[in-house]
Design a protein around this ligand. Structure first.
Ligand code: MCN
Length: 821
């Protein structure tokens, strides 16, 4: 049989080695079990009856016909379940006076977005449940719906009339108040006199995470514990939230995230569907399954982005930046979801990016509307910020008629200046923007492409060439619990790992991270193999089950390696320390003379030694070990970093724009990212490629569109343009390395990097290709229609300017009250 695993290689360095992923064998040969594959004896199936209206009163629900339908066990409404259904939590109230509607999984009287659940059919098969769901007769009184974000921010129509406002929370950061910089208004005022001021408004369209495996949940209440399998990123948080809101003790709930087919932040959620499956299984005392259809997934699994960004940048005439003011309107959708309230605020620390702004202010108003709620989507807060500042720096360069690379060089933090305290109050650990940029420019052939661009412009070629530049940094490795606490986040950010040394020489590793496509089993095996000196094949990584890994805070925010991996390093180091006195005893030496290298504990200066796996075997037999020492070298560690870490990179995009059709085509894409030490280059390449495609898709193709009544009109892959392999290209990816000083391995996160930097690189390239037509923006996604209109509106700045002019001005701070930060 052919195998996807690499043959064992003796004494090869594991860190930085291109190992094929352990998990792929089972994933691509169909040997894994996804949640929907789970079949239990007597299992029942759920189908949801969902509101077609964005905002309506429920006047009656007639379940008679559905109940009489073949193989239907029961049909339940919110009134039937009452408080037993529990409530969904918001773990991140960004201000103490945040306005948030109650969030029952199934409301009884009013729906506040299209797709909200109003009844559940329980049947013996999924098909019969779905058929019967069509027979539930619900009558509604339609209410006016708050759909447009700017109008909702002005409270023109209330998403939840009882709340009296759509404004959820206002959050502000000001460098003068925080003592991290100067007064931004003074800087802007001064620049209006003797410098330059750039003001722009950008739209972050609504996106749908669109993971490969739709969400699915199975609950089995028939054992000693209630077991929930769920296609989730967060089994630990899910168990906590279920226990906290249903009254069932945590010890009685086991949550398992089996292999999960992608999440991209979209499964960093606790969902009404999970709550209802849990509640109904318990009520009926039978196993119950719910798997959403793709249409349901696109409609109701949380969406991402959806912001208006208004920015004012001030600079001196030579291009030195002096101030940045950001006003943000963020659409929360109908409810403040698990961490959705905090996502826009994550951007607060990144608008200043890699630049030395002396003054900075960030104002954010989160707003409730009658649309699907928004929450984390790959990058969460940081792509939005990076997009805006990288568009703005490009506009500054254009205004001053200097090269976009030069304007960045003039303003970025130089490598000698690290660690660097940013104007937003974060200490950047390490970086070398010069090195990454120089490498990217060389790989790209920047000068040649600029020369070609010039030629095409001069000859009036219908195919124009644009060059987009984007740099980025991000705060990643979501942890420092103390920082999260200061931001009012409802949980910590630590991670846990355990290492069990088995008697046969194998090593069992338990991590609280919960991979859903990132390849942790492989990368974490490499870390243990490297540090413990055991064969890679002998390490097994267990995760995603609250029974086998009771402590954990799961996977998101590119945290698993830098927080979970570091916890693992510390657990391994404890194993070695615990093994030393036992080895000394076995070798009849003093413990002070024992040293560890390459998997062996040796007596210093001699050739006498014992493998750590032999110590594990000796400890297992426990026939002979020193008095007063426990017969175990198993160890665990919980790690909470003191700082984030800050990967960075330079991305360059060459774009061909057909000025006759508005069609765009990426010709070349180069990215050089600095993520410190790389554990597995192949996994990292996969992460970067996937991230790039998602970021490019935001720039060019994807948009969740609602009509005025609040119906999602891009509710299938016919309308929501998720790219396929045919739409993508070959990327030129490389790295520089500034090892992080926040963890032992020197690593920085990579899971979100590609998505963060690519969107502005692509839009900058589109605008650069047609700037000579007087275009200074194209609204995302840059469809052929929008690009064509921008070219042909000549000087009007394309559709962005038109939309901006038509859209009422907004002021995030206008008329809002709030504690702020
Ligand atoms: N890695 C490495 N060397 C580094 C950095 C990372 O070898 N210097 C490896 C890690 O060991 C891990 C992978 O790269 O196997 C990603 O690591 P990390 O940056 O720690 O990110 P997380 O594992 O915490 O994953 C979360 C991140 C996020 S936030 C989203 S969104 C995302 C992403 O990962 N969603 C994904 N990548 C995804 N990949 C897949 N296939 N599916 C998703 O849903």
């Amino acid at each position: 049989m052919t195998t996807l695993q690499d043959p064992p290689v003796e004494s090869s360095p594991e860190i930085g080695r291109e190992r094929r992923r352990k998990e792929d064998q089972r994933l691509i040969t169909g040997r894994t079990r996804w949640t929907d594959n789970i079949v239990l004896p007597g299992m029942l199936h759920l189908a949801m009856v969902r509101s077609p209206f964005a905002h309506a009163r429920i006047t009656s629900i007639d379940t008679t016909e559905a109940k009489a339908s073949r193989n239907v066990v029961t049909v339940l409404t919110g009134a039937d379940l009452g408080e037993s259904q529990g409530t969904l939590i918001n773990a991140w109230a960004i201000t103490t006076d945040q306005v948030a509607p109650a969030h029952p999984p199934m409301p009884t009287d009013r729906v506040s977005f299209a797709g909200e659940i109003v009844a559940v059919v329980v049947a013996r098969t999924a098909a019969e449940a779905r058929d019967a769901a069509e027979l539930v007769d619900v009558e509604y009184d339609e209410l006016p719906a708050a759909i447009d974000l700017k109008a909702a921010a002005r409270d023109e129509v209330l998403a939840h009339p009882d709340l009296g406002t759509n404004k959820s929370a206002f959050w502000k950061f000001d460098s003068a108040e925080a003592g991290t910089g100067g007064d931004v208004d003074a800087a802007i005022e001064k620049a209006r006199g003797d410098g330059i001021v750039i003001e722009r408004e950008y739209r972050q369209q609504r996106l749908i995470p669109a993971f490969m495996e739709p969400r699915s949940t199975v609950v089995d209440p028939t054992g000693e514990q209630i077991t929930m399998w769920s296609a989730t990123q967060i089994p630990h948080i899910l168990r906590f939230a279920l226990a906290a809101t249903t009254g069932v003790p945590e010890s009685k709930i086991r949550v398992i995230a089996p292999d999960v087919g992608g999440g991209f932040g979209g499964k960093l959620q606790t969902t009404p569907e999970e709550w209802l499956t849990f509640c109904i299984a318990n009520r009926l005392g039978k196993p119950v399954k719910y798997t959403e259809t793709r249409s349901e997934s696109l409609m109701v699994a949380h969406h991402g982005r959806d912001q208006w960004q208004k920015l004012t940048l001030s600079a001196e005439k030579d291009g030195t930046v002096t101030g940045l003011k950001v006003e943000l309107l963020a659409d929360l959708g109908s409810h403040v979801s698990l961490v959705g309230g905090g996502v826009p605020v994550l951007g607060a620390f990144m608008f200043n990016a890699i630049y030395k702004f002396p003054a900075y202010q960030f104002n954010c108003q989160t707003v409730l509307t009658n649309k699907t709620w928004t929450d984390a989507y790959r990058g969460a807060g940081r792509p939005e910020a990076t997009f805006a500042i990288e568009r703005l720096m490009t506009e500054l360069a254009a205004e001053l008629d200097v090269d976009p690379i030069e304007i960045r060089r003039k303003n970025w933090i130089t490598h000698e200046e690290f660690p660097f305290m940013s104007v937003a109050g974060l200490e950047y650990d390490t970086g070398n923007y010069e090195a990454a940029t120089d490498k990217a420019l060389e790989m790209f052939g920047y000068d040649d492409l600029r020369a070609e661009q010039k030629r095409r412009r001069e000859s009036g070629d219908p195919i124009q060439l644009g060059i987009g530049v984007s740099t980025f940094t991000e705060m990643c490795g979501l942890a420092p619990s103390r920082v999260l606490g200061q931001l009012n986040y409802g949980a910590g950010g630590w991670e846990h790992a355990a290492v069990r040394m088995l008697a046969t020489g194998k090593v069992e590793v338990v991590t609280g991270a919960s991979a859903h496509g990132q390849g942790h089993e492989t990368a974490f095996s490499q870390i243990v193999a490297d540090r413990l000196g055991v064969p890679f094949e002998d390490v097994e990584v267990l995760h995603g089950d609250t029974q086998t890994s009771p402590r954990g805070l799961d996977t998101y925010g590119s945290r698993s390696l830098v927080v979970g991996g570091e916890a693992l390093v510390r657990a391994v180091d404890k194993v070695i320390e615990k093994a030393k006195p036992i080895a000394a005893h076995l070798l009849e030496a003093s413990v002070d003379d024992i040293e560890f290298a390459d998997g062996r504990l040796s007596v210093r200066g001699t050739d006498q030694g014992v493998a750590i796996t032999e110590v594990a075997a000796a400890v297992f037999a426990a026939h002979d070990y020193p008095e007063g020492i426990e017969p175990s070298i198993d160890s665990e560690a919980t790690y909470d970093p003191v700082n984030f870490n800050y990967p960075h990179g330079t991305h360059l995009c060459a774009m061909e724009v057909d000025t006759e059709t508005g069609g765009v085509k990426i010709r070349k894409y180069v990215c050089v990212d600095d993520i410190g030490t790389i554990i597995n280059p192949m996994i990292v390449a996969g992460q970067v490629h996937g991230g790039l495609v998602q970021g490019i898709a935001q720039a060019l193709w994807e948009e969740a569109v609602y009509d005025d009544a609040g119906t999602l009109v891009s509710g299938s892959f016919v309308d929501y343009l998720l790219p396929t392999a045919a739409d993508t290209l070959s990327f030129d990816v490389d790295h520089t390395s500034s090892p992080s000083i926040t963890n032992t391995l020197g690593t920085k996160g990579v899971g979100e990097a590609g998505t963060i930097a690519s969107t502005p690189a692509v839009v900058n390239a589109v605008v650069d290709a047609i700037r000579h037509f007087g275009v200074d923006d194209v609204t995302m996604p840059c469809t052929p229609e929008r690009v064509w209109k921008a070219i042909h509106s000549r000087g009007a700045g394309g559709e962005a300017a038109t939309e901006g002019a038509a859209a009422p001005h907004f002021d995030a701070a206008e008329g809002t009250e709030g504690a702020g930060a």
